[in-house]
Each structure stands twice: as structure tokens, then as C-alpha cells.
Ligand binder design. Structure first.
Ligand SMILES: [Ca+2]
Ligand SMILES: [Ca+2]
Ligand SMILES: [Ca+2]
Length: 148
């Protein structure tokens, strides 16, 4: 069941055709895990373009009926997947992973407050997400934005 895949392992799964996140992947520090998925060209820097591109893939994989909208029921599966990403972490790492995944929550993503998330709304959410995670304020996400 595709929607049960961990969100932060999605690209890894798609690209490497591995089915599920391994235990070692769940133990990876959140920042490293984030970049492993969202830095699409693997140059150590996740740009706004990469966040938008990857968000489109995440959106499409959870838009079960393909209508370009993530509704409440589709968000149930998405919420479960993000909870799966947070599970296994403790303390500060858990807080960081929670913060990363909360950036895709329905409450954050539903900018116009109509209760559902349109595809473009979800892609546009990449901007605020980047600003939130960009601790050193250089406009991109790198290892330097996460605690050692
Ligand atoms: Ca990159
Ligand atoms: Ca839908
Ligand atoms: Ca940065």
C-alpha cells in the first residue's frame, strides 16, 4: 500500500525501488534524512525548486483519487505516513522531525482555509517551509541548518 510509505523515504523508495524504510534509515539524524530525500540532485543543498518538485511527488502519491486536491480522508493517510517518519526518534531529534513533517500538515498547507489542500497550495507551501528550516538564512537547506 503506497500511502503507508514514510514520506521522507518516498523518493528513496521510488528511485531505489526499495519498498519500505529500513530501521537504519529511521535512526539517521533528521537533517541527514531530510537532505537524503529532498536534495534531489545530491549536491548537498536543497533548493526551493527541489522542495517544490519533491512536494509535487509527495502530493501526487497521496492524492488517491487524482483530483488535484488533498481532502480530509486523503490527509488521514498522509498524517499517518508523517507520524511514521517521526516515530523512532526521541528528544531533540524527535522535535526536529516533528517540525519538518509539520510543515506539510493540513493546517499549515491549507493557506486559504477551505479545509482541503490544492496541489498549487501545497507546492507554494515550500516557501514558508524553507524559511522555517533555513536556520542560517542563506536561502537554501544544507547540513549547516541542522544541529550536529
Ligand atoms: Ca540539490
Ligand atoms: Ca484527492
Ligand atoms: Ca540554509
Amino acid at each position: 500500500m503506497r500511502n503507508a510509505l514514510f514520506v521522507l523515504s518516498l523518493t528513496v523508495s521510488v528511485m531505489a525501488t526499495t519498498a519500505v524504510a529500513s530501521a537504519s534509515e529511521a535512526q539517521m539524524p533528521p537533517g541527514e534524512r531530510f537532505l537524503g530525500v529532498w536534495d534531489l540532485n545530491g549536491n548537498g543543498t536543497a533548493t526551493l525548486d527541489e522542495l517544490r518538485t519533491m512536494r509535487a511527488r509527495v502530493f501526487d502519491s497521496f492524492d488517491a483519487n487524482g483530483d488535484g486536491v488533498l481532502d480530509e480522508s486523503e490527509y488521514v493517510a498522509f498524517d499517518q505516513a508523517r507520524e511514521g517518519d517521526v516515530a523512532g526518534y526521541e528528544g531533540e531529534e524527535r522535535e526536529l522531525m516533528q517540525r519538518i513533517t509539520d510543515g506539510m500538515s493540513r493546517s499549515v498547507s491549507d493557506a486559504d482555509g477551505d479545509g482541503v489542500v490544492q496541489r498549487e497550495e501545497f507546492l507554494a507551501g515550500a516557501e514558508g517551509w524553507l524559511v522555517d528550516l533555513d536556520a542560517n538564512g542563506d536561502g537554501v537547506i544544507t547540513a549547516g541548518d541542522f544541529p550536529d
